[in-house]
Write a protein that binds this ligand. Structure first.
Ligand code: DQQ
Length: 546
């Protein structure tokens, strides 16, 4: 197949070529942001995994360094898999804990430790693996093939002050399990008998566990060792190996018992997600420079493996997102880090533009293949009575609801939103939209956010699922906002100020480069006002020398 090089992303994190997957050990150290990631130095498919390493001053412009970890010891001979960094207090420098594969066929997994060769090098170019590796091995009945991805460590009471989690699975229809290990020195680790938490979900990959501030300043983050308290909740995130998505719960951490309890008893079923699209193996870190917590997540391709080999690359990282607790305490909010706004160039703005039922408006005057769009919609509150009735059978399943109620199925209030990466004849377009429903029970209208890539390309050999999530927002005043980061083969959208996020990979065949267009559309029966829309062209940052 012919792959158009203009589909390569412009401002999303990528190396010049080859396969990438999970973000690893993000951290801030001596004025630099460090980012490591799972990388195949030999090709555009998964394999030969090493830790590639890039550094940045602003999380947007990246310089590639030599890989930090490659197979070199018995404990990682067959791969250096995912892991995390802990920056030790009092100038102690960072420590990396990561999974090594030490047996070729069955992927037998152990946990190793690595230290910088020189802690005064702000670029942390060289990493040393002490001879006492591996430091954690699967014991006590743990399945050695499902035992990986150590978290950032945090401090708690007692002499073995450091704790971390390792993701695992237990039982025959396996439960996801997060085991706690304690240590005083990152060398001798002892497992706490009962896991921090577990749930009947299948294997937990890439756990992440961190405090969030309740009722604190908006967007403020907490350092990973901040203990629980009246104004501190905890978040546990796991990546579901079987379902290929990341879900989280908000809850209470009990340090002495070394247990975590989600606030919502059904939290492990409702599956709050960072992102309802293509976003996996994510990981956060605390940024002391701006006192925020930042989330990294991997988005793979949804073209074919043969396309990836032809392109010579596969996988990107989502734009780093600031994460914090919603004032309700029930979910997180996410917003692209403010630094991305430095890439904004030429812009256009629409104000108070009414889009009649069934109509659309093109946003002209800038190129939009690589753009940032912010839009505020308004429907008249009295029109909300005309919303569609929610089929109770679909009331809890956003994904199925959107699969039935696609972008071309006329709505009542909504659907309205953006057609991005659209061709001039609109044959090609990716729809990002909201749809409002009268609730089956209760009186609060239900808001659904969807991305529908069904018409995103003429290329038939693409995986193009609709993605959807409910938006827990009160739309009774008629207002809702949307932001989309468009980047050639990525559409990364944030609904209602970051309550619901959806990243989608699309590969237009017509809407490429300067032929990509942007529209606002209304496929409902009520008028919609665009109170304000601004779209910016986005510049290309320094991206690993590509
Ligand atoms: N990818 C890594 C594993 C992890 C998985 C291997 C998640 O450590 O569990 O590349 O994508």
């Amino acid at each position: 197949s012919i792959v158009n090089p203009l589909l390569r992303t412009g401002y999303h994190f990528q190396p010049p070529k080859n396969w990438i997957n999970d973000p690893n050990a993000p951290m801030y150290y001596k004025g630099w942001y460090h980012f490591f990631y799972q990388y195949n130095p030999k090709g555009a498919v998964w394999g030969n995994i090493v830790w590639a390493h890039s550094v940045s001053r602003d999380l947007i412009n990246w310089v590639a360094l030599e890989p930090a970890l490659r197979p070199s010891i018995p404990g990682d001979r067959y791969g250096c898999w995912s892991g995390s960094a802990t920056v030790l207090p009092d100038g102690g420098g960072p420590v990396i804990m990561y999974t090594g594969v030490d047996h070729p066929d069955i992927n037998y997994q152990v946990q190793n430790v690595a230290y910088p060769k020189n802690v005064s090098d702000p670029l942390l170019r060289e990493w040393v693996k002490p001879s006492h590796n591996p430091v954690i091995v699967p014991e006590g009945g743990i399945n050695a093939t499902q035992f990986r991805d150590p978290t950032t460590a945090w401090r708690g009471p007692g002499p073995e002050q450091w704790r971390l989690l390792v993701g695992s699975a237990a039982g025959s229809s396996p439960r996801g399990v997060a085991y706690v290990y304690r240590s005083r020195d990152f060398r001798r680790w002892r497992r706490v008998r009962r896991p921090l938490h577990s749930a009947p979900t299948g294997m937990w990959e890439c756990p992440d566990f961190y405090p969030v501030s309740k009722g604190g300043a908006p967007r403020a983050g907490l350092e990973t060792s901040v203990p629980p308290g009246p104004r501190v909740k905890h978040v546990l995130k796991n990546s579901l190996d079987l379902r290929r998505y990341d879900y989280y719960t908000v809850g209470t951490y009990h340090p002495r018992a070394e247990r975590y309890v989600p606030d919502d008893p059904a939290g492990d079923e409702h599956r709050l997600r960072y992102d309802y699209g293509n976003f996996y193996a994510s990981k956060t870190f605390y940024d002391p420079a701006k006192r925020r917590r930042i989330l990294w997540g991997w988005a793979n391709e949804s073209d074919t493996a043969a396309d990836d080999v032809a392109k010579g690359w596969a996988g990107i990282q989502a734009i780093p997102r600031t994460v914090w607790l919603d004032p309700s305490g029930k979910q997180l909010l996410q917003w692209p880090i403010e630094e991305v706004e430095a890439l904004r160039a030429k812009s256009v703005t629409l104000k108070n533009r009414v889009i009649k039922a069934g109509h659309h408006v093109e946003v002209t005057g800038i190129q939009t293949a690589q753009a940032d769009v912010e839009v505020s919609f308004e429907v008249s509150p009295s029109a909300l009575a005309g919303a569609e009735t929610l089929d109770p059978a679909l009331a809890y399943d956003a994904e199925r609801l959107c699969g039935v109620k696609r972008a071309d199925v006329r709505g009542g209030v909504g659907l309205f939103g953006l057609w991005v990466l659209a061709s001039a004849n609109r044959k090609e377009r990716t729809a990002v939209f909201f749809r409002v429903f009268k609730p089956a029970a209760g009186d609060k209208p239900v808001v659904l956010m969807c991305t529908d890539p069904t018409k995103s390309s003429q290329n038939p050999n693409l995986y193009r699922p609709t993605f959807a999530g409910f938006v827990d927002t009160d739309i009774s005043n008629g207002k809702i906002s949307l932001r989309s980061l468009i980047d050639r083969s990525v559409v990364e959208s944030f609904g209602a100020g970051g309550k619901t996020c959806i990243l989608s990979r699309v590969y237009p065949s017509l809407a490429i480069g300067k032929d990509a267009r942007l529209y606002v559309f209304n496929n409902g029966r009520a008028h919609v006002k665009v109170s304000r829309l601004t779209a910016w062209e986005m510049k290309k940052p320094v991206m690993n020398g590509a």
